[in-house]
Design a protein around this ligand. Structure first.
Ligand code: PBG
Ligand code: ZN
Length: 326
């Protein structure tokens, strides 16, 4: 059949007809809110580059999670930072009295049904801001970093984290972390690999929030190159082989093709990390009157769902009801 007998607009003539065929929005349980935890009490410091997000002390974080949990959001992803000494190896990251290690049990106590995930990296704790210690040439020492990352992951699991999420992009980090968890009897702790994580210019607002920008150089020697799709896909293949329970694509919106490709390639659950730059650019556009914020947020999150993400790591999570509500 052809036009004029065939008319595609019939299927979208009225809101009621469109509603019959449109995919529903991803439910709140698929969302995970990334949050920034700081030392002290009563601290709630707005992050200039990420309007609506703040650095929170543990007590304020628990308070902020009330409306998030009540919307049925699936979980939180914790990023810690220290005001203590930063050293060459980022040892503050596995301090058992660190903010992440204290935040995990506090959240589990207040919200037993919220899945608590922790970012496992060293960059917020190293003096130079790289994701592992440096060798004599000034490159990140892969194998030394892996040993330290395993200690961080075990300290988070010991605190009660449901999921540990290594983001350093070191070779062998997933295998080493799984082995260390199992040795320490944390065989039920899930491992979500930041498996295909690109060296991206969309992390700027986050590095401001976390104080984790490298003081010299960049992360191109360890994070994936967006110019090399095959190598980027292999990163996820390797992490699956090494025993990851969940894979991830990060950033998400600029990499929907990668998400869709991985969706066809693996049966593992797939997470999409809707990063800080992707969040803040919509807000900046809306502030200039160049788009409706709620509609832009909704459309971008529907795209991640459509591309095949099972889990949406997004700073929009606390605003779920506002974005998707009737
Ligand atoms: C650090 C880390 C980064 C993000 C998550 N973990 C920044 C980086 O790699 O420089 C980015 C998150 C975001 O931009 O929202 N390993
Ligand atoms: Zn890092």
């Amino acid at each position: 059949m052809r036009f004029p007998e065939l008319r595609l607009r019939r299927l979208r003539r009225t809101p009621a007809i469109r509603r019959l065929f449109d995919a529903p929005p991803p439910p709140p349980a698929k969302f995970v809110w990334p949050v920034f935890v700081v030392e002290g009490e009563g601290r709630c410091e707005p992050i200039a580059a990420m309007p609506g997000q703040s650095r929170l002390s543990v007590d304020e974080l628990v308070r902020a999670l009330e409306p998030v949990a009540s919307q049925g959001i699936g979980g939180v992803l914790l990023f810690g930072q220290t005001e203590g000494e930063k050293d060459a190896g980022g040892s503050g990251a596995f301090d058992e009295r660190g903010v992440v290690q204290r935040a995990v049990p506090a959240i589990k106590r207040a919200f037993p049904d919220l899945v608590v995930m922790t970012d496992v990296c060293l960059c917020a704790y190293t003096a130079h801001g790289h994701c592992g210690p440096l060798d004599r040439q000034g490159q990140v020492d892969n194998d030394a970093a892996v040993g330290l990352l395993a200690r961080v992951a075990v300290s988070h699991a010991a605190a009660g984290a449901d999921v540990v999420a290594p983001s350093a992009m070191m070779d062998g980090q997933v295998q080493a972390i799984r082995a260390a968890l199992d040795e320490n009897a944390f065989d039920q702790t899930l491992l979500m690999a930041y498996s295909t994580k690109f060296a991206s210019s969309m992390y700027g607002p986050f590095r401001d929030a976390e104080n984790s920008a490298p003081s010299a150089g960049d992360r191109k020697g360890y994070q994936a190159s967006y110019g090399n799709l095959r190598a980027a896909l292999r990163e996820s293949d390797f992490d699956e082989d090494e025993g990851a329970d969940i894979l991830m694509v990060k950033p998400a919106l600029f990499y929907l093709d990668v998400l869709a490709r991985l969706r066809e390639r693996t049966e593992l659950p797939l997470a999409a990390y809707n990063v800080s730059g992707e969040y803040s650019m919509l807000i900046a556009a809306a502030e200039r009157g160049w788009g409706d914020l709620r509609a832009m947020a909704r459309e971008s999150l529907m795209a991640l769902d459509r591309a095949g993400a099972d889990l949406l790591l997004s700073y929009w999570a606390p605003r779920y009801r506002e974005i998707f509500g009737a």
